[in-house]
Design a protein around this ligand. Sequence first.
Ligand code: 8DG
Ligand code: MG
Length: 134
Amino acid sequence: MSNPDTVHVAVGVIENTQGELLISRRAAHQHQGGHWEFPGGKVEGGENAQQALARELLEEVNIEVVHAAPMTVIEHAYPDKRVRLDVWHVTVFKGQADGREGQEWRWVPRHQLTAYSFPAANEAIIQRLLDEPA
Ligand SMILES: Nc1nc2c([nH]c(=O)n2[C@H]2C[C@H](O)[C@@H](COP(=O)(O)OP(=O)(O)OP(=O)(O)O)O2)c(=O)[nH]1
Ligand SMILES: [Mg+2]
């Protein structure tokens, strides 16, 4: 079992047919507010990570997951919170991306990810995306 104080989060690295990735910006009042992120959110009781991923991506960015493959799991302790990011690579989806919670969002090519400020836990995800052939 994981530490009960750890927040389990499902995260989607959504890639379109041009090889761009969808990023959105966390609201100022949220944990790690102001940073850019890959859309996603907390796994709720009774859900598995993949179910949470599908729910969160629809709620946040209007994306309906058709195919997602597990990419990596990252455990990170912020000074105020521990998270376990269950990261999925979403390569097939339906719907037009939109910021359904009023957040900023954009499609960016991999090599531009370094121009954005992400939470510290994302470092390994970004590195992996830059190392991988597109
Ligand atoms: N979605 C997402 N969360 C991330 C990333 N990197 C990272 O450290 N986090 C952290 C920030 C938060 O502490 C946690 C995600 O929680 P969240 O606030 O998005 O959860 P939620 O969508 O269910 O939102 P809420 O309704 O509870 O506010 O994971 C990332 O790339 N994407
Ligand atoms: Mg969220």
